[in-house]
Design a protein around this ligand. Sequence first.
Ligand SMILES: NC(=O)c1ccc[n+]([C@@H]2O[C@H](COP(=O)([O-])OP(=O)(O)OC[C@H]3O[C@@H](n4cnc5c(N)ncnc54)[C@H](O)[C@@H]3O)[C@@H](O)[C@H]2O)c1
Ligand SMILES: Nc1nc(=O)c(N)c(NC[C@H](O)[C@H](O)[C@H](O)COP(=O)(O)O)[nH]1
Length: 228
Amino acid sequence: MDRPFIFINSAMSADGKLSTKERKQVKISGKLDFERMDELRAHADAIMVGIGTVLADDPSLTVKSPERKAARKAAGKSENPVRVVVDSSARTPLNADIFKKGEGLRIIAVSNSAPEEKIRMLEKKALVIKTGAFRVDLTELAAKLKEMGINSLMVEGGATLNWGMLSAGLVDEVYTFVGNLIIGGKTAPTFTDGEGFTENELLGLELFSAEKIEDGILLKWKVKGKKN
Ligand SMILES: NC(=O)c1ccc[n+]([C@@H]2O[C@H](COP(=O)([O-])OP(=O)(O)OC[C@H]3O[C@@H](n4cnc5c(N)ncnc54)[C@H](O)[C@@H]3O)[C@@H](O)[C@H]2O)c1
Ligand SMILES: Nc1nc(=O)c(N)c(NC[C@H](O)[C@H](O)[C@H](O)COP(=O)(O)O)[nH]1
């Protein structure tokens, strides 16, 4: 395959929302689900988020457990997976936590229409990859990551990037933790936003695991391709 193995891991409310209508982060996962997420991060070659998530949550995307960081080191890897931001217009703030915290390569994926001056500033902190005219070409980006030796890629949202990856046929597996709360709001981000599929484009999934974790449930799906 000319791209890495790609999976999405997200936490959503019982009504399918990723955050509130103000795009404010909500604690959906409990301690055990955050531990599971840390384990997934520690085993991934790279983690990817959209610029919407960086602007809303300012995540560091680092491995948290000292034991897992040490295990990565012992295996000759950096403490953290490569951190990738999909950011067509190069809006990533220069003081974002992904730059401030932890060691390891950062990649900012921009489009060819991103402002050159901002790209030069980002290049002091990260590798900048340009693909696509106005929007990052996710297929080309995935192929470039593979060329760099990235064999497993964990996508951590948000709603628009999930759509971009799923609709481009770039996702092998989807892990959704469904938490014990309702967020509501028709403008609150859901697991997959974007344009949405029409009736005859729907994406089929196969459930391969359902596990109760604290007061929620973790569902694991394989992506099977077009449903009909
Ligand atoms: N609960 C969770 O697990 C979880 C995880 C991550 C984010 N979130 C939430 O999701 C929200 C952010 O989601 P969002 O949808 O606003 O932003 P996002 O993180 O999905 O980023 C979207 C941006 O990615 C960029 N992009 C570039 N090329 C693209 C392409 N080809 N396809 C798709 N996107 C492309 C665009 O600039 C787009 O605006 C926040 O509220 C955050 O708290 C929740
Ligand atoms: N798995 C998960 N459960 C949640 O309940 C929740 N709100 C998020 N939200 C994802 C979001 O982007 C977080 O901000 C990053 O998971 C934080 O990452 P850092 O700790 O900064 O590395 N993710």
